[in-house]
Design a protein around this ligand. Sequence first.
Ligand code: C2E
Ligand code: MG
Ligand code: MG
Length: 637
Amino acid sequence: MFGLGSEDTRIRRQLVSVLHSRPIGIVIGSASGVAVAAAALASNPPSVLRWTLGLMALFAASRAISSYGSRSLDNGFGRFLRRTYWMGARGYAATAGLAAGLSLVVSDHAHVQILLIGFALTFGAGISIGNACRPMVTLAQMSLTLVPIAIGALIVGSIPLLVLALVLCALSIALGVMTMNIASTLVDQQRTSLESEDLAAQMQEFARTDQVTGLANRTGFEVKARELFSTVAPDKVLALLWIDLHRFKDVNDTLGHETGDAVLIEVGKKLDGCSPGGAVVARFGSDEFVILAELDNRKELDGLANKISDILEQPVNIFGHRINSGAAMGVSLKDDSVESLDRLMQHADLALYQAKLAGRGSVSFFNESMTRDLLRRTELEGELRGAIQRDELSIYFQPIIDLASGEIRAFEALVRWFHPTKGEMLPQEFIPVAEESGLIITLGNWVTRQAAKVAVNWPDHVRLCVNLSPVQIRAPGAALGILAAIREAGIDASRLELEVTENLFLDDDAETALFLEQLSLEGVQFALDDFGTGYSSLHYIRKYPFRTIKVDRSFVSVPGVDKRNDAIIRAVASMGETLGLDIVAEGLETAEQVRSVRSAGCTLGQGFHFSGAVPEHMARKLLDDETACRVPTRLAG
Ligand code: C2E
Ligand code: MG
Ligand code: MG
């Protein structure tokens, strides 16, 4: 009932430590024992009692000393005292009881008898309170104290002493029962409190752990990272590596969450395995991992970043699927300007942003210019949002000319933003911001709708070219949005040509293919824009239904100066002819360039030589002039 199993030693230790936490009881108990023994000895008792009293005083003193020493000494002697403490305690109880019992038998000094019996009884009762958590100890010590008195009383045999013996028996039983009750209550309470402590610790651990990978989650990371941040040695390098898996969402969407989780577990293991000892490795959000590591020097950090990048580039095999995870990584270092962990994380986040822009497998280290870029981007994003709402954007049209006949074959719709105070903003500057913020979806849909409404009034043979960003294509219902714009304007789908760049195919996914297929079936045409600046892979040209390839203007050099450019244009043009594709030479600024690309085999041309992008009414005028004289007019570019 009150016994504590070996697994409960933790509870026993706790209770004993409570007992010993206030040693004042032991000190008073020992000091009073010495005083009682001295007072009794002063009455010159018979020698057997004298010896017993002497021993009692010795045990009392040793108990006080060993109680003090066992708490304050952390050496071998302290451990010896802790181990032998119980002997002093039992000896003290036994000699106090023996002295009281003997005094009844061998002494006729009433005051000494009262002193010794009174002390022994008080001591016995005190033991039962002090050791309430250890009933067996209580019973043993109480018996050692009370039994000799009872025996002495029985030996003397007088009626009062016989009653005393009986009372002592009854008292022992009563104290024993009370002690056991108290003990079981204390043990229950202690167990409950320890269980709730354990539960609280388990819950805390749970709240700090990522349940998929078993790594720390954001909360767990912050707790451990703050500690590492504040204790890092001054001659070490503390680095934060923030890793973002490449297009992990697609794995989840196409192969299911179970596969996605398995990829995360695998990546978690890889990262944990290659991180140096003591590093904090955590998973943030769905596909982001963070490592905070203390390293010897910058070289070691470079090595670690490259190693992680290489490891994540290697495909993982999950449930028979070969999955190419790959990742972008931002790295920041703790230096004098980084006063907190939050700042270090902010820096790594900014560096990650740059790495993501640079594409899969990129590693970017933080530098101050990234903070300035962020401020500029945030400001620009706010302004662009306002500009869209206030209808401050407009669409200009740049003609695309048939190089054989000189006729306008198409107009490319190019967005223009005239800022009320800053003047004209360049698309190269604000289109990337619109893409990052998702504003491009609203913006792109607006351009398609507006441009289609304009183009419906042009002659039927003039196409409308609209630039399409990969972000727009991945937005839900992208194809439907475009079809709705065509229908709303009432323009024939085959007159719309969507310009996409090779970036769209870097992730060669099913979504893109479906988008192109859906619109192609409706008759919409596609052009591969800025050809030559990306991977220039012929694979895309074969796989997707392009009607046009636009050779980037960087290939249109001064004719004859760069022979390689000429050769490339010639090769692309000849491929176009074979495959029945239109080849547009972009950025034609001079008549010489026009002649050159025409002789190279390009069918169409676009550039300031013919016209820059012009507002709607000017585009209309170009068409009207053409109808009037059938010669392309040269306008200012
Ligand atoms: P892009 O699609 O390659 O468009 C052609 C760019 O080349 C246009 O710049 C055009 O003004 C410029 N250009 C045309 N002829 C010449 C020339 O002879 N010499 C030189 N140096 N440049 C010439 P713009 O309008 O600044 O647009 C830049 C890029 O911004 C576009 O490149 C396109 O990728 C993007 N963009 C523009 N409008 C839109 C839009 O409505 N939606 C999307 N998603 N992107 C757009
Ligand atoms: Mg374009
Ligand atoms: Mg282009």
